[in-house]
Ligand binder design. Structure first.
Ligand code: LUZ
Ligand code: MOS
Length: 750
């Protein structure tokens, strides 16, 4: 299957925000940002920069016509700093010039004076100083305090996980055009066109109908453009509004890395209690989330951490506490997994520590505690249609787990310096936005009079293949060739009040809305055929391969002929539909409810080889049995799984975001921030589609695929630690990710 965009991508014809032709007179923007992490602004002098030849205007907070506020959930984030700066890289001013070079040069002439304040970069330090963004959140069931007494084994410990740079190939950016009547139109690289529209409306002081946001496609988002695309669109919008000129603002890579938030670093304290035979009886965990300087999406991300605190296991007594800690880092944000990966890493660490104490392989404990059908999560939802065990046992059998174990033991007995390790990683990921109201989408389907079809939805194509999936849905219902179907840009004037393409849900939600709209049209056309040909209302009409059938016999009418006839008979050939996920709710006071439409399951087995002299390693293989439901776009789904695994491995191993104690990002380029390349990819990736899985709440019975497989990457961390253990059996290793080669080496010898 070719993706919708394949041909244009290969030819370099696909348009991204930076590629759109702009009219004569467009201004180019460069963002001037804070160079310290915390301080009071004593003065800003833009006079020299303003005099720079070719500079048209310098925008500061004073030029903002509406509110200087872009906080989506909590109103704590100014668009441009006013009196204080709270992180290094915080936007302060926007230089507008007739070309980009001038804007960048002129920026160097801006003078700013600060009174420096002490920055906080660490979540635990922020907590100790009372810097919580919201009060502690607690999800619990049973009674952990009582349960410890019944446990035969209790261990506790801490974990650390690092940040992660999104590294979308296309950096953040937007182009803003002033429109007639003081409105604004924006081409934005955003996952959430409505959120961008709302933020722009707020800073311009305009009603939403005066703000149009249009999105062609993104060169990747990964969560980084769920909320954080808004700022750049809003800066471009204010600039265009004030100058009455189109304004183009595209971040250079290094500024993107410095100015935008990342995956949240977490630190956590865990305590786990088990019976002698390996049943987990109690689990207590406190998460310190490093939110950065503003809330952004930190609070729903923290909720997802608490939802996924027990990963794929049933635990009868749980107390999970989440602390959203304000620090002087760029506001951290959504990133594929949305707080889930950090929670699952902690749970696995607790199991590994318990396994070590009990002298068993972690897989023994993992296997004993997998979610069974109908097990209750600590927030009250039941694990219906649990495939946790099905995936686990299929993976063990299919990939010959016992043989892997034997091979690794044999290899390690025969090799002194090179050591192999393996790990099983089961996953369970809830599918739905944790904010119930966000689980809705819309679609607008036009059939044109020549039989071609144009579809608009809320879904944003960012390389994940959602447009191809939506095209499959319409092609299936109308039974027409996919070449007849065009997926239009995502535009707030065609489909309004949209949720971002996020939470792995874009294909489900927008696919379902498209399915509904196509079905409305199908029913309308069927009635028309019956009328026009005098069939009875009960005659079964079917569309197959662009021909119309009645009672299984072709009636001599093609799709195109049908549409032309219907048009001349003044049949409405357009339909809008709205889809809202049924049956979900969540009580935010009690923290109980059916938060998710369904769960995605799977198990991966990872094998690695560590060079214990050098600390370097290779990932030999990642083999997974994953529950895709009934996949109807296998190549896309497999691609999502493989890409997510790679991204998860990167987060767990080599991707290391480093801020110094002044809150300055040291890893602000691809020379210092290393992401996995083909050399560090697993030598073998095998993805097996779990059989016999059905899912009525997913589009065409499939399951969401964007995020869940990322968490297989966690297996690589524990496979590496297992290899290290066979080199240094007596050592206690830290659960501190990323496990870079440097860290491997240091922890083997120091
Ligand atoms: N975004 C969001 C998400 O706003 N809510 C969510 O629950 C979510 N989950 C995963 C990824 N993005
Ligand atoms: Mo997201 S982490 O934008 O699904």
């Amino acid at each position: 299957m070719k993706n919708y965009d394949t041909t244009r991508h290969v030819r370099g014809e696909s348009l991204f925000a930076d590629d759109f032709l702009v009219p004569e007179g467009t201004l180019f923007a460069s963002v001037f940002a804070a160079s310290i992490a915390h301080g009071k602004i004593l003065s800003i002098d833009i006079s020299e920069a303003e005099k720079f030849s070719g500079v048209k205007k310098i925008i500061t907070s004073k030029d903002i016509p509406g509110q200087n506020q872009i906080g989506g959930i909590i109103q704590d984030e100014p668009l441009l700093a006013e009196n204080e700066v709270h992180y290094c890289g915080q936007p302060v001013a926007v230089v507008l010039a007739e070309n980009l070079l001038i804007a960048r040069e002129a920026k160097k002439k801006i003078r700013i004076a600060y009174e420096t304040l002490a920055p906080i970069t660490d979540a635990r330090e922020a907590y100790a100083k009372g810097m919580l963004i919201i009060p502690p959140r607690i999800f619990s069931n049973g009674n952990v305090d009582e349960a410890w007494k019944q446990c035969d084994v209790v261990v506790d410990g801490t974990i650390e996980t690092g940040a992660q740079e999104h590294l979308y190939l296309e950096t953040q950016g937007a182009i803003a055009f002033p429109t007639e009547g003081n409105g604004i139109k924006i081409i934005s690289s955003t996952q959430g066109p409505t959120a961008t529209q709302r933020a722009v409306g707020k800073v311009l002081g305009l009603p939403m109908h005066q703000v149009e946001v249009d999105v062609m496609r993104l060169g990747g988002g990964f969560g980084g453009k769920e909320d954080q695309a808004n700022a750049w669109a809003a800066m471009a919008a204010v600039s265009a509004f004030v100058t009455k000129k189109p304004v183009k603002l595209i971040l250079p890579r290094q500024e993107d890395m410095r100015m935008t938030g990342k995956r949240h670093p977490y630190s956590a304290d865990f305590k786990i209690g088990l019976s002698q035979d390996g049943k987990i009886l109690a689990y207590e965990i406190t998460f310190f989330q490093n939110a950065g300087a503003s809330a952004d999406l930190s609070t729903p991300i923290l909720d997802r951490t608490l939802f996924h605190a027990t990963n794929s296991y049933f635990v009868p007594n749980v107390k999970a506490t989440g602390l959203c800690c304000r620090t002087n880092l760029p506001p951290n944000t959504a990133f594929r997994g949305f707080g889930g990966p950090q929670a699952m890493f902690a749970m696995e660490a607790a199991i590994y520590k318990a396994a070590k104490k009990m002298g068993v392989d972690a897989s023994v404990i993992q296997e004993k505690n997998l979610l069974k059908e109908g097990d209750e999560f600590h927030y009250g939802q039941l694990a219906k249609n649990s495939k946790a065990q099905a995936c686990w046992f299929k993976a063990k059998e299919k990939f010959n787990f016992d043989q892997i174990k034997k091979n690794v033991e044999k290899y390690n007995a025969e090799n002194k310096i090179l050591k192999k390790g393996f790990a099983c990683m089961p996953i369970c990921f809830g599918i739905s936005f944790t904010n119930t109201f966000m689980n809705q989408a819309g679609a607008l389907v036009h059939i044109y009079s020549d039989g071609s079809v144009g579809i608009s939805t809320a879904a944003v194509e960012m390389g994940q293949g959602v447009n191809e999936k939506i095209r499959c849905v319409a092609a299936e219902i109308f039974s027409i060739d996919k070449s007849k179907i065009k997926i239009e840009t995502t535009n707030t004037t065609r489909v309004a009040n949209t949720s971002p393409s996020a939470a792995s849900s874009a294909a489900d939600l927008n696919g379902k809305a498209t399915e509904l709209a196509c079905k409305y049209l199908f029913e309308r056309l069927v009635s028309f055929v019956k009328d026009a040909f005098n069939y009875s209302t009960t005659d079964p009409i079917a569309f197959r391969d662009e021909n119309i059938f009645c009672n299984e016999k072709a009636i001599g009418l093609t799709w195109v002929e049908l549409i032309q006839k219907a048009f001349f008979k003044r049949v409405d050939l357009s339909a809008h539909a709205h889809y809202a996920v049924p049956g979900i709710y969540f009580d935010r006071e009690k923290n109980k409810g059916n938060a998710f439409a369904y769960y995605s399951f799977g198990t991966a087995i990872t094998e690695v080889t560590v060079d214990c002299l050098r600390g370097t390693y290779i990932v030999d293989s990642v083999k997974a049995v994953h529950d895709f439901g009934k996949s109807f776009a296998k190549v896309i789904d497999r691609g999502q799984a493989e890409g997510a695994i790679m991204q998860g491995i990167g987060w767990m191993t080599m991707e290391e975001v480093i801020y110094n104690s002044d809150g300055k990002l040291l890893t602000d380029a691809l020379s210092t921030y290393k992401v996995p390349d083909i050399h560090s990819a697993p030598k073998e990736i095998e993805i097996h589609f779990l059989e016999n899985s059905d899912n009525p709440l997913g589009i065409f019975n499939s399951k969401a695929i964007g995020e869940p497989p990322l968490m297989y990457g966690i297996g690589t961390f524990f496979a590496l630690q297992n290899a290290m253990k066979s080199f240094r059996p007596e050592k206690e290793f830290q659960f501190s990710a990323p496990l870079t080669p440097e860290k491997v080496l240091l922890s083997l010898y120091y």
